[in-house]
Design a protein around this ligand. Structure first.
Ligand SMILES: Cc1cc2nc3c(=O)[nH]c(=O)nc-3n(C[C@H](O)[C@H](O)[C@H](O)COP(=O)(O)OP(=O)(O)OC[C@H]3O[C@@H](n4cnc5c(N)ncnc54)[C@H](O)[C@@H]3O)c2cc1C
Length: 483
């Protein structure tokens, strides 16, 4: 089923407990700041009913009929590459802002399908059935999903069971005939306030002592005991008083500190409950799908930086100057390297034997993600270098609209293109928005979201097959006679 925009918006008014700046929010969709995150999410529902985008966002499944393309299970290279383009294009439609509400949940469901099979084989559990039923419920109701993986973690040098406070990682505090009761908190949960279901999975590998922390499940966000404390949405707050901040007024996502205050989860919604050996496998399988998603949306964001840099350099009349050409080529290299890693990860996919799910190639996915982490601030440096100091000192929109100032501002801020100063000013205003009201979010997100830099380094160093390289070194130094 394909849900309409209105059905989606109405589904969020369900009594969920959300706090914004110290106040309880009664209806997220009608909150003057949070509604921007909801409006951004709802664009996916609008687009899928729009003939122009339907082919991109909707797919026909043999068994289930019309479903959201985000929920199509990838079986081969073509499916993965289509998924990459779906995320890339929907991010472009969001003015360079990722739209997570179906991508992250499907990343988690694909990983859960794979891991549940492994657990079931070893422990004769029934988790695969639970995951399948949940998947069918999601696609039949065309739901928006959030994934809470990152625990608050307390003392980073200690394992979950070693923490001074045992609740610093989400854990099972009780198992009974009906289900489990969980306690703890997850940090940075993107678009939990805009979701219909919260998927919870472990954040790291675990040992036997940590078995209570080996827990995966899905619950609606209005479940008793769930409290979502929103971060301040600085970009949207800034945009309310400055209409030139187009992104902040229209395209924003929200993160919450998501608290599970003794939350009951019925057994049919549990996907792992104590099988500690599989927590690490889940904690790395989900990021493999999710980092593939990340390189797609980050490539689209890079496309925005490239377009901005190119247009502003033309407005400044220096698009062919060697220093600016270098900036532009740095920006296009940033974007295209991400696209290349997405292509490589699609083409060199691995098939999970138990489920037939195509898993993006781990090496190319993590190389792309790490490249995006390492080079984001450099991309911004190139963009700001092109834009000049006006990216900080541009007069406010109120001045641009004041008849006493407007003509003077337009006269003195003109560039190389006659009669096009307004365009120049608006483009530079967007650079200002990216580095100011969006600055802290983008900087932290581009370094940490989808796992820290170190997380990709760990994955790469343990998954890479060094055999061929070592053999070549032995051969070239004369230690062995052939390759
Ligand atoms: C905008 C944004 C959106 C996000 N969305 C989601 C989401 O939807 N769902 C979700 O589950 N998560 C989400 N995340 C969380 C993201 O995956 C984490 O931020 C990331 O994994 C880092 O964890 P942390 O923030 O707790 O930082 P920390 O783990 O505290 O890391 C900080 C630094 O300490 C280092 N470090 C940590 N532990 C150790 C150790 N034991 N030894 C050595 N070094 C260590 C790290 O490598 C890093 O350099 C989001 C994050 C951001 C910024």
């Amino acid at each position: 089923m394909i849900k309409s925009y209105e059905e989606y918006i109405n589904s969020l008014n369900d009594g969920r407990t959300v706090f914004y700046r110290g106040k309880k929010v009664s209806d997220v969709a009608n909150h003057k700041i949070l509604n921007v995150a909801i409006k951004h999410a709802s664009n996916l529902y609008k687009m899928q009913k729009d003939e122009k985008f339907k082919n991109l966002l909707v797919t026909k499944d043999e068994k289930y009929g019309e479903i959201s393309a985000f929920y199509k299970i990838p079986r081969n290279e073509k499916d993965l590459w289509e998924r990459f383009n779906l995320i890339y294009e929907t991010t472009r439609q969001g003015r360079g802002m990722f739209n997570i509400i179906k991508a992250i949940g499907s990343d988690a469901i694909f990983a859960l399908m794979i891991v549940a099979q492994l657990i079931d084989k070893e422990y004769r559990t029934d988790y695969s059935k639970n995951v399948k039923n949940f998947y069918e419920y999601v696609i039949e109701n065309d739901l928006a999903l959030a994934v809470a993986q990152t625990d608050v973690k307390g003392d980073r040098s200690k394992r979950p069971s070693e923490q001074n406070d045992p609740d610093l990682y989400v854990r099972i505090i009780e198992k009974n005939k009906e289900g489990i009761i969980v306690r703890g908190a997850k940090a940075h949960t993107t678009q939990s306030i805009a979701s219909n279901e919260l998927i919870v999975i472990p954040t790291r590998n675990l040992l036997e002592n940590d078995k209570d922390y080996a827990v995966a499940f899905a619950v609606p966000p209005n479940t008793k005991g769930i409290k979502m404390i929103s971060r301040p949405m600085k970009a949207t707050e800034a945009a309310i008083s400055d209409p030139s901040f187009v992104m902040g007024n229209n395209n924003a996502e929200n993160e919450t500190l998501t608290i599970f205050d003794d939350v009951f989860v019925p057994w049919e919604r549990v996907f792992m409950a104590g099988e500690w050996k599989y927590a690490g496998i889940m904690a790395s399988m989900f990021p493999t799908f999710h980092r593939f998603t990340a390189i797609a949306y980050r490539a689209a964001m890079a496309d925005l930086f490239l377009g901005l840099g190119k247009l502003i350099s033309e407005h400044n009349g220096i698009e062919n100057a060697p220093n600016i050409r270098r900036n532009i080529v740095n920006l296009l290299t940033y974007k295209e390297n991400l696209i290349l890693s997405g292509l490589g990860a699609s083409e060199k996919y691995e098939i999970d034997k138990n489920t037939g799910i195509a898993v993006p190639n781990r090496i190319y996915t993590n190389i792309g993600k790490l490249f995006a982490n390492d080079n984001y601030l450099n991309a911004i440096k190139n963009l700001v270098d092109i834009a000049g100091g006006l990216a900080a000192t541009l007069p406010h929109n109120d001045d641009l609209e004041n008849p006493d100032e407007k003509d003077l501002i337009m006269k003195y801020l003109s560039g190389a293109k006659i009669n096009s100063t307004e365009e120049r000013v608006r483009l530079i205003a967007l650079v200002r928005e990216i580095i100011s009201s969006y600055g802290s979010l983008f900087t932290a997100a581009m370094l940490h979201a989808e796992g820290s830099i170190e997380a990709s380094i760990i994955e790469l160093s343990r998954s890479y097959n060094y055999d061929g390289s070592k053999k070549l070194a032995l051969y070239s130094s004369g230690i062995i006679n052939s390759l």
